[in-house]
Write a protein that binds this ligand. Structure first.
Ligand code: GPP
Ligand code: MG
Ligand code: MG
Ligand code: MG
Length: 352
């Protein structure tokens, strides 16, 4: 097997090869013999996939490759191994695209990755719902084509199904917590927040890439419960960052405009504000949270400033890092420690 030039974990070579493999997978989907493509349906899928799967940071996808290298203790992968690891990485990027296309409709968002949300593109609208379903089905097509003969194929399918179920359940919590009955901020607390973000984000963003790399290495996931727990904690920290950036991030830089205050989300920020506000500050929150009016949003942001939530977030971030490192260093395998540390260092103090 030729040793492809894809050393330097997450480096330029790996990124380029990873991107090249995207082209291969997309071409296969565009020639899927299970469907009689017309010219216009092929063009639609081509554009839709490029629009929604590309343009992100590819952290999740590249993490499969990086984790697999670390588990093997190899800097360079053979061509076939690089292809399989990257393919699983792209399946996660496809899963993310599927979630985001639908999440943006549900959250009534405007921009994503620096461009209009797919459903807001003229001539797309509700077709985006079906595109979401197609993106999900692409994952099954890709896995079937490249992994059907592997001993871990059933485990791989089961993993994607389980993670998708957890994510959709977390999304359900996110949505019904927001819209259930009368708007009542008193039901928002850190326990409610933890449950939402653990399910809607942590499993697919953190556990899934490492679980894919473990299956590819011939491991049985049953032996990795402690690793799953650490990754879920890390994913929770990641979504707290997302909640923070929704308000404090630069839309130019993060590629999306925050809507959490307008959408009445059970965000980490509003939970912190509720824990610290006095009675008159609580009134400001109750009167202004969850309204589209920019003046109301500004009042909420002012209150966040008054309560010094930026500093509280920085403390949370430092504290999370310390506990995660301690948990990781308690792991018996150095290779597993390296996988987890590499993941943590990709997100620690991220600005986007
Ligand atoms: C992100 O939450 C959550 C998801 C992408 C999961 C969606 C799940 C579905 C089953 C559709 P978010 O709304 O805070 O993300 P963002 O801030 O990027 O919109
Ligand atoms: Mg959402
Ligand atoms: Mg959203
Ligand atoms: Mg968000």
């Amino acid at each position: 097997m030729a040793a492809a030039a894809n050393g330097s974990a997450g480096g330029v070579d790996t990124r380029e090869e990873f991107r090249r493999i995207y082209g291969v997978l997309k071409e296969e989907l565009l020639r899927d013999p299970a469907f009689e493509f017309t010219e216009s349906s092929r063009q639609w899928i081509d554009r839709m996939v490029d629009y929604n799967v590309l343009g992100g940071k590819c952290n999740r996808g590249l993490s499969v490759v990086d984790s697999y290298k670390l588990l093997k203790g190899a800097n360079v992968l053979g061509e076939e191994e690089m292809f399989l690891a990257s393919t699983l990485g792209w399946c996660i990027e496809w899963l993310q695209a599927f979630f985001l296309v639908l999440d943006d409709i549900m959250d009534d968002s405007h921009t994503r990755r620096g461009q209009p949300c797919w459903f807001r593109v003229p001539q797309v609208g509700n077709i985006a719902i079906n595109d979401g379903i197609i993106l999900r089905n692409h994952i099954s097509r890709i896995l079937r084509l490249h992994f059907r003969g592997k001993p871990y194929y059933a485990d791989l399918l089961d993993l994607f199904n389980e993670v998708e179920f957890k994510t959709a359940s977390g999304q359900l919590l996110d949505l019904i917590t927001t819209h259930e009955g009368e708007k009542d901020l008193t039901k928002y607390n850190i326990g409610v927040h933890r449950r939402i973000v653990q399910y809607k984000t942590a499993y697919y963003s953190f556990y899934l890439p490492v679980a894919c790399a473990l299956l590819l290495s011939g491991e049985d996931l049953i032996n990795y419960g402690a690793v799953e727990d650490i990754l879920v904690k890390m994913g929770t920290y990641f979504q707290v960052q997302d909640d923070y950036l929704d308000c404090y991030g630069d839309p130019e830089f993060i590629g999306k405009i925050g809507t959490d205050i307008e959408d009445y989300k059970c965000s980490w920020l509003v939970v912190q504000a509720l824990e610290r506000a006095d009675e008159s500050q609580k009134r400001v929150l109750f009167e202004n949270y969850g309204k589209k009016d920019p003046a109301c949003v500004a009042k909420v942001k002012n209150l966040y400033r008054e309560l010094n939530l930026e500093a509280i977030f920085q403390d949370y971030e430092n504290e999370s890092y310390k506990t995660l490192i301690a948990d990781i260093e308690a792991q018996p395998s150095i290779a597993v420690q390296n996988v987890l540390k590499s993941f943590l260092h990709k997100i620690y103090k991220r600005q986007k």
